[in-house]
Design a protein around this ligand. Structure first.
Ligand SMILES: NC(=O)C1=CN([C@@H]2O[C@H](COP(=O)(O)OP(=O)(O)OC[C@H]3O[C@@H](n4cnc5c(N)ncnc54)[C@H](OP(=O)(O)O)[C@@H]3O)[C@@H](O)[C@H]2O)C=CC1
Ligand SMILES: CC(C)(CO)C(=O)C(=O)O
Length: 340
């Protein structure tokens, strides 16, 4: 194990994809799995480049989504019981509701000034994680709009290119920590993806997830079908509701540029992500299909809590996801709104 070793938590769609990305950039990857052992070789199927959803050229500096990845990369997969070192860098690729427990499960294997990187959709859970970190640790939140679909225990399909950003969620308590971070940052992919105001990016991505994820999950469609009627009208009305909400006071201090939350900009962002990941089944689609817990509470639930006014569409989407017995009734109501 070297200082360049990264512990990735979660062998799901995003964890497998990022294991392959880091491993193909000469980072030693230790992949922590919970249920199914992915083994030591990660296989990548790349719809993004085959379908022209990414950049044709191999660009090894662009890990945000356009790089063509090696079809097979080598990692070391292990369970929490097999951990026996302390890590400097941990990338958590679990669902938002598993973030705190995932960190807690490996806390004793983190160095006191480690960088904790996250790649989860949704908001609210980073604030829950902060009190659990060791005092010298830095929390870096990441957002990605790259599509990833888990095919089996060790195979992931990249189903669309998109941007990835990381930014500091909480400055470290110790001023000299910047120095200990530098060698890893400069040598690895994270460096080129850093942005100053990550909360702003998280809120932008939240709007995309508030629209694409519940609609694709409820109506059992691929992301690209959000661009077809009647879902397109529904997506537009949801985005309008969100744009109004972003103008309200509680979210304003978190935003660096209010114009990026105009209806025009938000709807463009939703359409662009739907188009670039058009072959993907969203993560919430997969969760609902397989009867797993969804992230709706950290997505629509977060927006509803922040809003000073009612958000009828987000509330209906949230209830439709959370109450299977009333789902058909809520879906009917949503379609009536879309076609009215
Ligand atoms: N898939 C996509 O296209 C995109 C996903 N995202 C976001 O990325 C995040 C991850 O999504 P995705 O990869 O699709 O989700 P998955 O459900 O496919 O993967 C999450 C993985 O985390 C594992 N896990 C949870 N807790 C632990 C733990 N304590 N120790 C070890 N492993 C653990 C789960 O294990 P188990 O199998 O046991 O449940 C599961 O394999 C989500 O927030 C999602 O919204 C963002 C952009 C695109
Ligand atoms: C970018 C997108 C919409 C890709 O499907 C996603 O974030 C998700 O599935 O959770």
């Amino acid at each position: 194990m070297t200082q360049n070793t990264c512990l990735i938590i979660g062998a799901g769609a995003v964890g497998l994809l990022w294991s392959a990305k880091l491993a193909s950039r000469n980072t030693d990857v230790h992949l922590l799995y919970r249920s199914h052992n992915p083994g030591n070789h990660i296989h990548i199927e790349d719809d993004a480049s085959e379908a022209g959803l990414g950049d044709d050229a191999r660009d090894i500096d662009d890990l945000s989504g356009n790089a063509i990845l090696d079809p097979v990369t080598k990692v070391k997969s292990l369970t929490v019981d097999e951990l026996d070192h302390k890590y400097d860098n941990i990338l958590i690729c679990t669902k938002s509701f598993d973030l705190v427990d995932a960190y807690q499960s490996i806390r004793e294997f983190t160095k006191k000034n480690a960088n904790i990187w996250t790649l989860c959709n949704g908001m609210g859970m980073h604030d829950e994680l902060l009190p659990h970190l060791k005092s010298g640790q830095k929390l870096w939140a990441g957002v990605t709009s790259e599509g990833a679909l888990k095919i089996n225990h060790n195979t992931v399909k990249r189903t669309g290119s998109g941007d990835t950003f990381f930014g500091i969620y909480k400055p470290s308590d110790k001023s000299n920590d910047v120095e200990t971070t530098q060698p890893f940052l400069e040598d690895t992919i994270f460096h080129s993806l850093l942005v100053p105001n990550i909360t702003h990016r998280m809120l932008e991505k939240l709007a995309v997830n508030c629209v694409i994820n519940p609609i694709t999950a409820l109506f059992e469609i691929r992301n690209g079908e959000v661009l077809d009627e009647p879902y397109k009208s529904l997506a537009e009305q949801c985005t309008k509701e969100l744009a109004d909400c972003y103008l309200e006071a509680p979210l304003q201090p978190l935003i660096s540029n209010a114009a990026s939350f105009s209806f025009f900009n938000l709807v463009n962002r939703v359409y662009t992500v739907a188009q670039l990941t058009r072959l993907n089944h969203s993560s919430m689609h997969e969760d609902l299909k397989f009867g797993r817990k969804t992230e709706i509470e950290n997505i629509s639930g977060y927006m509803i809590k922040q809003a000073t006014n009612n958000l009828p569409l987000q509330s209906t989407l949230l209830h439709a996801i959370l109450s299977p017995t009333k789902r058909e009734q809520h879906k009917k109501a949503l379609l009536e709104i879309a076609t009215s």
